[in-house]
Design a binder for this molecule. Structure first.
Ligand code: ADP
Length: 428
């Protein structure tokens, strides 16, 4: 039989164990509450903790709550600053991008979306996932190291196309004690300028080439004449002079066409609209062509719906459109071919068509036909005095009138040039 003392000892031990277990449980519970409060950034309520905890827990609770409140305040401040920054930058026409130290996008304004329309919902995404350019990533790093040049032209891949952008970058000290420097970039879309620049370069190269050919022919013949005109047979002299004259004419038409194009492309292209009776204008052009030697071997036919009446047009410029299309139809089709000019009203447009039944144009050439200096058969064009600018002029004049121009052609069957004009009919 255990003695009374042993029983008391046993009871005391059991009580001590129960007390310790209870304390352990309340500490565990309190720790769990603390962890949850920190995770959710919510202050820890003392009442939510077991009453058995001693006063050190009150101090711990106060410190934790202080830290949580400070974190929440800093976060709100940072969000507020970013929102303020976003509102300010949002109205800028320049595209602005801010990335943090790990290249996560913190801010991107509307103008950036305009440059990169495919890059949607880019906030909080990694830069390298959104904008594809190794060159740009290297530039970002250089900006962080403070080693970047102030402005840098960068090509971004955008599907099959590329976007040229001029970027200026600067490192910004981290806000609210963030780790690592952020970087701010101002981007300026220069894709259009680059394209224009290359078009201009091509144009200058083409013009020089076009001018050089007749000039060197003229120079060669004139030099031969200067040196040997005395002993040269008269027929040769005449032949040389005629060749020089032909090439001078070519130079002339080239310069005329270049001047016409440059006027049409200028700010003030000199469009003089007046009420023009389109069927009557076509009648006059028809009479004019039927009297031309170049059209003698062709079958020309003109028809215009009388209902077309008067349209607001520049009669001289529109006549040039018809002349360029008719001259081509005569130049590039064999004698005996048919050339039909029709004009009819279609919905709110006047549809004009110049159709021939000549050799046609290969499908691969059709998309380029209205480009300056584009010719399907260079030799044929030059031989017939072509400049390669006729269809470009046609396109510009039609577009200035608010219309569209296009071509349909089938090899062996013929070609049809169409253009539309807004049917802004006037009285009378
Ligand atoms: P060009 O001065 O060479 O005639 P254009 O711009 O008027 O220049 O025409 C461009 C090219 O389109 C021509 O060189 C010719 O190859 C082709 N072309 C134009 N009209 C016709 C047509 N009716 N039939 C066949 N080819 C044509």
């Amino acid at each position: 039989m255990p003695s009374f003392a042993t029983a008391v000892l046993l009871l005391a031990l059991l009580l001590a164990l129960a007390f310790t277990l209870r304390r352990l449980w309340s500490h565990r519970h309190a720790l769990r509450q603390l962890h949850q409060a920190i995770e959710q950034k919510q202050p820890l309520l003392r009442e939510a903790l077991p009453a058995t905890l001693d006063v050190t827990w009150d101090a711990l609770c106060d410190s934790a709550n202080g830290l949580i409140e400070e974190t929440v305040r800093l976060r709100q401040q940072q969000t507020g600053q970013l929102a303020q920054l976003e509102a300010t930058l949002g109205s800028l026409r320049e595209a602005v991008l801010i990335v943090d130290a790990s290249n996560t996008i913190l801010l991107a304004n509307h103008a950036l979306q305009a440059i990169f329309p495919r890059a949607t919902n880019i906030l909080n995404q990694r830069l390298e996932r959104v904008l594809q350019s190794v060159d740009f990533l290297n530039y970002v790093e250089a900006v962080r190291r403070n080693e970047a040049e102030p402005q840098h032209a960068i090509e971004f891949a955008d599907g099959a196309q590329s976007i040229s952008v001029e970027v200026t970058g600067t490192g910004i000290p981290p806000l609210n004690g963030q780790r690592g420097p952020w970087a701010l970039f101002v981007l300026h879309d220069i894709t259009r300028q680059k394209k224009l620049e290359s078009v201009r370069k091509d144009f200058v190269a083409n013009v020089s080439h076009e001018l050089r050919t007749p000039l060197s022919v003229i120079k060669g013949y004139v030099e031969t004449l200067v040196d040997g005109h005395r002993e040269m047979p008269v027929e040769d002299r005449e032949r040389f002079l005629r060749t020089a004259q032909r090439h001078t004419d070519r130079l002339n038409s080239l310069l005329d066409d270049l001047l016409t194009l440059s006027r049409l492309e200028s700010v003030n292209p000199g469009l003089r609209r007046e009420a023009v009776d389109l069927p009557a204008l076509l009648g006059t052009i028809g009479d004019d062509y039927r009297g031309r030697r170049a059209a003698a071997a062709h079958q020309l036919h003109f028809s215009a719906e009388p209902a077309l009446g008067h349209l607001l047009l520049d009669p001289l410029k529109l006549t040039q459109v018809f002349e360029n299309l008719l001259d081509n139809a005569l130049k590039y089709t064999p004698p005996g071919s048919h050339v039909d000019v029709t004009a009819k009203l279609l919905d709110r447009e006047v549809l004009v068509c110049v159709r021939d039944n000549g050799p046609g144009i290969p499908a691969a050439d059709l998309p380029h036909l209205f480009e300056r200096f584009y010719r399907v058969d260079k030799g044929r064009s030059r031989e017939s005095g072509g400049t390669g600018l006729g269809l470009s002029i046609v396109k510009h004049i039609v577009q200035l009138h608010g219309g569209r121009v296009w071509v349909e052609s089938e090899l062996g069957r013929g070609t049809a040039f169409f253009f539309s004009l807004p049917a802004r009919l006037t009285e009378g």
